[in-house]
Design a protein. Sequence first.
Length: 375
Amino acid sequence: FGHSQTQAYVHELLGFEGMVINRIPRADNARRREERSLEFWWLQPWQEAKRARASEAADGEGGQRSASGEEKRAGDEVYGGETGGIFTHVLAYKLYDIPNTCGPSWDVCASFDFERPVALEVTPRNERERTSTLVAQYEAKAAHFGHDLLLMPLGDDFKYKKLDITRKMFDNYARLMAYADEAPELGATLRFTLLSEYMDAVREKTHAHTHPLALPTHTGDFFTYNDEGQDFWSGYFSTRPQLKLQVRRLSHALHSARLLHALTRMRLSSDSAAAAAAASLTRTAGLAPIEAALAPLYQSTTEAARELALLQHHDGITGTCRKEVSADYLKRLKSANEKCARASERALSALMSLAAIEHGESTSQNASGGGGGGG
């Protein structure tokens, strides 16, 4: 429902070299199609000036060698890490399913989604017509890009969960690709690929790997998203505030429980004397060892973390889910909060037990030392 520039920065810091996004404001998408700027370097505000300076350096310096003797291309310093931005591809049309990605005609593209009833199987009798029709859609879409490479997603939600659908998709597209190879007059080469291979090919084709400004740049967010006319998707910022509040509370509770759990285990591992004394005391008193008491905490916090992750779904934290789904989310949040509370209680109890043992040992040693001095 729109994209934040922070998302791009986090992905960059995590080591991603590129990303594909879909839902940006429709007017922005239309402008980018017209200007052939659906692919760009997404920069943070402080990266823009650095990239411009690197571009000037690339124009004037050319290649050089680093201190280690490795060849260094001008402008390389602006790629990766904190100063590079991230290569971003925006899908050209409304959604990411096949009817909305192969070209401008939904009806034509739907016939190439071989899970749909309207799809037409590719056979020796129709392979020429089917391949020509598909390539025509590809050519129309290619007009929105500044090079002759085209990314064609072949999927959808749950698309390949059934083996028969997977085989049908693969077999039909394999026939289309084979015919395109045998028909040079179509002027298209089709093949299965990985997203990373596509992005590498684009950077090579546009010389973006040697010149920082070979592709357009973008700085800022893609908010507020709208998909049709004046239908702006802004309500989700405040929809179901109670659900949002409980998600935030769980996040705090989980963080606290994990810190206490880590601190307790650290004390046990770093203070062998206290750990040994605790084990001796609990055995003497017939109690469960502290280690055993801590064992369930990891499982509890892991289960809570999974519930928190579930709520990050784009229809979860946004509150755009149905009423019955929201009720289920709240039930899960309550259970996860209770698990975090119990985990924190156990960790605190263990820490207090260790502190009491340490205090008892210290008192005993002082009393022993005092008695010896008096004698």
